[in-house]
Design a protein around this ligand. Structure first.
Ligand SMILES: [Zn+2]
Length: 283
């Protein structure tokens, strides 16, 4: 009787100690959201030799704690498991993780996407390509990605219709958007001009930071000519009151760029890059 009471008290003590220790450890680590890039084994301990206790199919989104040793710790049906982070793309920091990071742009929630031109205004035309259509297609792809990343998104247009520039800026200001992203394609008098460039307004340092972040991702993902990041006096940049960028996704007037602008793989890469650039800016 006495022995079993002593055992019971010891067990209670051990359980309390575990309950005390675990929340502290959980808070001290960085909690992330990721997506698997392949079918992924869940291991009992963080080693490729460990027994497999489950699997995540390719494309699964899940929360994990980054152990900073290449392994993520997960909890699945109350059980702790480990996955190799070689096959995981981080999606978005959780609030808990963001709170431990230095002050940055993590407050960004609302993003306006502005597909250039539309309706009676085709934008640049050439090589069987119209800027207004390319801009809308890339913008819709970007909208899907940003919504999947947890942002609230408004489009200045979702159809081939004419919207005055003043309305585009007003929509963004009235909604109190955190970011404004205008999507365009370029044109030049010489067919040779090609590649990617990004604009921000005036001397806005946040606009510049966002534009460079997007430009870097686009150039790295598409391997197209880097024409750089510039300050530009565009109406929608001048009249919006949040960090705003205008992205030139290629030259309609260049035959090779025009082919790419009509290619869904390229459109996907550009949309991915803009989303990546925004993630980098906000983390
Ligand atoms: Zn344009």
């Amino acid at each position: 009787m006495r022995t079993s009471t002593a055992f019971g008290l010891t067990l209670l003590f051990v359980l309390s100690a575990i309950l005390l220790i675990f929340p502290i450890q959980a808070n001290a680590n960085t909690s992330n959201t990721g997506q698997t890039t392949a079918n992924l084994n869940i291991r009992a301990i963080p080693s490729t030799d460990a027994s497999i206790i489950g699997k995540f199919p390719k494309g699964t989104q899940f929360r994990y704690i980054d152990r900073n040793d290449g392994w993520g710790q997960i909890t699945i049906q109350g059980q702790t498991g480990y996955v190799s982070l070689d096959y995981v793309t981080p999606i978005q920091h959780t609030e808990a993780a963001a709170a431990t990071e230095p002050a940055s742009n993590e407050h960004v929630q609302r993003i306006v996407i502005d597909p250039g031109h539309g309706g009676k205004d085709p934008g640049a035309v050439g090589n069987d390509t119209m800027e207004k259509l390319v801009a809308l297609t890339i913008s819709e792809k970007l909208q899907n990605r940003l919504q999947a990343n947890g942002y609230e998104v408004k489009m200045t247009r979702s159809d081939d219709i004419f919207i005055p520039l003043a309305e585009r800026a007003a929509l963004s200001n009235d909604w109190r958007a955190d970011l404004f992203v205008s999507v365009h394609a370029n044109s030049a008098s010489t067919a040779a001009a090609n590649g990617l460039e990004s604009y921000y307004y005036g001397s806005s340092s946040s606009g510049k930071q966002l534009a460079s972040s997007i430009q870097t991702a686009m150039v790295s993902n598409t391997k197209r000519e880097n024409r750089g990041t510039h300050s530009g006096d565009f109406y929608v940049l001048r009249h919006t009151s949040m960090p705003a960028v205008l992205i030139e996704t290629g030259f309609i007037s260049n035959p090779a760029d025009a082919l790419l602008l009509n290619d869904s793989d390229y459109q996907n890469k550009v949309a991915d890059s803009i989303a990546q650039g925004i993630e980098a800016y906000t983390s």
